[in-house]
Write a protein that binds this ligand. Structure first.
Ligand SMILES: Cc1cc2nc3c(=O)[nH]c(=O)nc-3n(C[C@H](O)[C@H](O)[C@H](O)COP(=O)(O)O)c2cc1C
Length: 150
């Protein structure tokens, strides 16, 4: 089984950059990682990996998922992910009333699917600054550790 898959949605590149930061850190731990934009991904692909991560920005006045994430979100809800380690991250903007709600939605969805949380989900204001990169690395480190313990 392949090791880690990161599926992301990113309009202006902030979440995509976070996906790359996490992938690089996982690779440093020796975890082979594929990074795929959500429109190129099928939820069933999650089943082919030991660790699965979703990165999503948040969009809309009430902090909903981006349109391109909706099908993936629903389809993953049908899967049994009980043998997977998961991670969630995403960019938002603290200007909005509901900050980074997409991260909460995906965290809940993974838990509903029975997956084991690899580390604290990362909600990041706009692009990742130094202190955010530390959090993204910590998420990757947690996932790598849980994979090793399997
Ligand atoms: C119309 C619009 C609505 C948005 N709504 C929210 C929101 O409700 N909550 C939030 O945290 N961010 C919101 N954002 C901010 C984006 O999530 C933020 O710009 C993010 O950095 C985009 O990530 P990306 O570069 O990966 O596309 C909104 C942005 C736009 C343009």
């Amino acid at each position: 089984m392949a090791e880690a898959l990161i599926v992301f949605a990113s309009l202006t590149g902030n979440t995509e950059e976070m996906a790359d930061i996490i992938a690089e850190r996982l690779e440093q731990h020796g975890v082979t990682t594929d990074v795929v934009e959500v429109l190129q991904a099928d939820a069933e692909e999650l089943l082919e990996y030991e660790a699965v991560l979703i990165g999503s920005y948040t969009y809309g006045v009430d902090g909903v998922l981006p349109d391109e994430m909706l099908d993936f979100y629903e389809d993953m809800g049908q899967l049994d992910l009980s043998d997977k380690v998961f991670g969630v991250f995403g960019s938002g903007d603290t200007f909005y009333e509901v900050f980074c709600a997409a991260v909460d939605h995906f965290e809940k969805q993974f838990i509903n699917c029975g997956a084991q949380q690899g580390g604290t989900s990362c909600k990041i204001n706009l692009n990742a600054e130094e202190e955010d990169i530390i959090k993204l690395h910590a998420l990757a480190d947690g996932i790598a550790e849980k994979l090793k313990a399997k």
